[in-house]
Write a protein that binds this ligand. Structure first.
Ligand code: C2E
Ligand code: MG
Ligand code: MG
Ligand code: MG
Length: 287
């Protein structure tokens, strides 16, 4: 094969495969030391009440400041952290740091922390959360845990019991990226969610795609009927914000309202500012 393909190309191909594997291997190795070396950071993105245009909380999003590769997004290392089990200590660090940071915010603001399925499989997540709340002094009602549908498809009874225990200590549970996974509406009846986060792909496409628009509208209505909050993710344009307001979507999160910021910048500015969103048009176009 090597000869038929001219050697060079195959060699190049193998080299780049090699390089990719090598890179992954170094990331994996570096990941093992990153916590101890204090290389993780959290950035916070505000969530807004769409009616009042006031902030209601913020989501904690992890970043890795790698000594050689610079700032790395979670998409590039969270999957590796999940495969290696390192997500358990890393996730606990995020939880503790985020709760500590949130104690410095105005009292009505919540902090949302993303949890991976592995954090439910290993150890006792309820105990970890209770400990962190106790140690940081953050009231349970100010913590929201974001989980995705992938958590709900396996070990269902065990996961349900754990989520119920988390609810019973006063923590809120949000379903993240709603509509992208193995979405089953029965999850909403079965698990104790206090919030649905509509995935950004629906929000991004809803202004030109009537089907996406119908889905967003329906999920907002569903949240209202279930008496749980709904947050639209990835809101980038005033047009999207106007449409969401017309649908009665309670909360929004996205670059239009605020980008993820370091704890310092976030605490100083983002929480006080109100969004600059174009007012509702006088005449509504057809939904
Ligand atoms: P997510 O939880 O759905 O977080 C929202 C992602 O969308 C964030 O990406 C955020 O920066 C981005 N985003 C927010 N507004 C906009 C917008 O208007 N437009 C666009 N295009 N993007 C927007 P990020 O920070 O790269 O995080 C990606 C994913 O990594 C998160 O998705 C979450 O699943 C995961 N993740 C982040 N932090 C953690 C963590 O501490 N633990 C775990 N287990 N996962 C995390
Ligand atoms: Mg999230
Ligand atoms: Mg999401
Ligand atoms: Mg996501």
């Amino acid at each position: 094969r090597a000869k038929a393909d001219g050697g060079q190309r195959v060699c190049f191909y193998e080299e780049s495969m090699d390089q990719a594997l090598q890179r992954r291997h170094t990331i994996e190795q570096d990941l093992r030391h990153a916590l101890r070396r204090n290389e993780f950071e959290i950035v916070y993105q505000p969530q807004y009440d769409l009616k009042t245009e006031m902030p209601c909380g913020s989501e904690a999003l992890i970043r890795w400041r790698h000594p050689d590769h610079g700032l790395i997004s979670p998409g590039h290392f969270i999957p590796i952290a999940e495969e290696t089990g390192l997500i358990v200590p890393i996730g606990e660090w995020v939880l503790r740091q985020a709760c500590a940071d949130a104690t410095k915010w105005p009292e009505h603001l919540t902090v949302a922390v993303n949890l991976s399925p592995a954090q439910f499989r290993v150890g006792d997540i309820t105990e970890t959360v209770a400990d962190v709340l106790h140690q940081t002094g953050l009231p349970a009602s100010r913590l929201e845990l974001e989980i995705t549908e992938s958590l709900l498809i396996n070990d269902t009874e065990e996961v349900l019991a754990k989520l119920n225990r988390l609810r019973s200590i006063g923590v809120r549970i949000a379903m993240d990226d709603f509509g992208t996974g193995y979405s089953s509406l029965s999850y909403l009846a079965r698990f104790p969610f206090s919030k649905i986060k509509i995935d950004q792909q629906f929000v991004r496409n809803m202004t030109r795609d009537p089907a996406m628009r119908a889905i967003v509208k329906s999920v907002v209505a569903l949240g209202k009927s279930l008496r749980i909050a709904v947050t639209a993710e990835g809101v980038e344009t005033p047009e999207q914000a106007r449409m969401l307001r017309r649908f009665g979507c309670p909360q929004v999160q996205g670059f239009l309202y605020g980008r993820p910021e370091t704890a310092e910048v976030h605490a100083q500015g983002a929480l006080k500012a109100t969004a600059k969103v174009a007012p509702l048009p006088k005449r509504h176009s057809a939904a």
